[in-house]
Ligand binder design. Structure first.
Ligand code: 9MR
Length: 347
């Protein structure tokens, strides 16, 4: 073999090794975002700032991982702690994917919000097939096992998620149909026993303004408190769009707070009709700013964003014609909303 040919092969092997190394590390580093990290400015205001995290992306995408660690003080596994993911067969738990997120959080000194124990969606088929007494038993076991597993790492749980319909009735979930309204109190009581130190939340969607849904939620939560059911907080998901926030968002949260409950914003995003343009992104930034201000006004415990990049957002994936709902674009570059959230937290 000629020297030139040998050198050529050597160079090719080196390029391949470098490329494999790059892939194994999960791609390139994140470009630093401007200004103080969100977690620092939030800390100065006494609140936590969080994001939903996708474990599969976090595992393979270095820049995604770095931004989570640098910018946020809490994380919520977006799907990995849901029933279908964590107990796909009765009594057979699959903790691996959630464990991986928890481990990253520990390394980044972040708190973890557990999401979610009792919810009508993303349920395995076997749960839906159970009769009343078995369903009650399986739900209690599910709550106990999952909370026990994460006792050391998860300080806050969405114990019950989205129990109310938009019209203000109780959602006709499998839990409601088989067990009646008492499934809510039962879930909270079971959760308190499973981990007495965890903060227990009821998390609801579309209950930001004063409306039929939030009125019913208020009645339910007030009833739970009156009966001594251990509920600590209410989460307002806050999936918004360019129509803006309900004018009575703050007033609504205040009435729940007046019941002696903690308040958190748990899944904030602001969907934009596509194609997004500069005006729409400015309008979006103003709405994000209002979300932060509303949270601070009611002295919320934490503000969680439902993802931080438009490349990984349920809005783009599931709402036709909508997207661009988060603080960073698909290339992880800051949009006006990033500076708006940072600025509103810093003021
Ligand atoms: O963002 C989640 C998406 O990846 C899932 O496919 C979807 C399944 O229903 O759930 C999304 O998250 C939801 C959250 O768990 C509860 N509130 C509404 C969120 C958006 O649908």
């Amino acid at each position: 073999m000629s020297v030139a040919r040998g050198l050529g092969i050597g160079a090719a092997v080196l390029v391949i090794l470098l490329f494999v190394g790059y892939l194994l590390r999960g791609g390139s580093d994140a470009e630093p975002l401007p200004g103080a990290p969100l977690r620092e400015v939030a800390k100065q205001r006494g609140i936590e700032i969080g994001t939903a995290v996708r474990g599969d992306v976090q595992k393979r995408n270095r820049a995604y991982r770095q931004i989570i660690a640098a910018q946020f003080s809490t994380v919520t596994p977006e799907n990995e702690m849901k029933w279908y993911a964590i107990e796909p067969e009765r009594g057979e738990y699959s903790f691996g994917p959630a464990d991986a997120i928890v481990k990253q959080a520990r390394e980044a000194r972040q708190k973890v919000r557990g999401h979610t124990l009792v919810w009508h969606a993303q349920l395995p088929e076997w749960v839906k097939a159970l009769g009343p007494s078995e369903l009650r038993q399986a739900t209690r076991e599910h709550i106990r096992s999952v909370m026990a597993e994460y006792k050391a790492d998860v300080g806050v749980w969405d114990v019950v998620n989205e129990p109310i319909s938009d019209d203000g009735g109780l959602r006709q979930s499998v839990f409601m149909r088989r067990l009646g309204e008492g499934f809510i109190a039962d879930a909270f009581r079971t959760a308190r026993t499973a981990d007495p130190d965890a903060k227990l939340y009821l998390n609801e969607i579309g209950a930001e303004g004063i409306n039929a849904k939030s009125n019913r939620l208020y009645e339910i939560v007030r009833g739970l408190k009156a009966q001594g059911v251990p509920i600590d907080g209410v989460g307002f998901q806050t999936h918004a769009n360019l129509d803006g926030l309900a004018a009575d968002f703050v007033a609504n949260m205040q009435r729940f707070k007046a019941l002696g409950l903690d308040i958190a914003i748990t899944e904030a995003d602001v969907g934009v009709p596509l194609p997004a343009d500069a005006d729409k992104l400015q309008a979006q930034a103003r709405i994000y700013e209002q979300i932060v201000r509303s949270c601070l006004t009611v002295d919320c415990r934490s503000l969680t964003l439902w993802g931080f990049t438009d490349g990984r957002s349920w809005i783009s994936e599931t709402q036709a014609g909508m997207g661009a709902a988060t603080l960073l674009d698909e290339a992880l570059k800051p949009k006006p909303a990033f500076g708006a959230v940072q600025g509103a937290l810093a003021k």
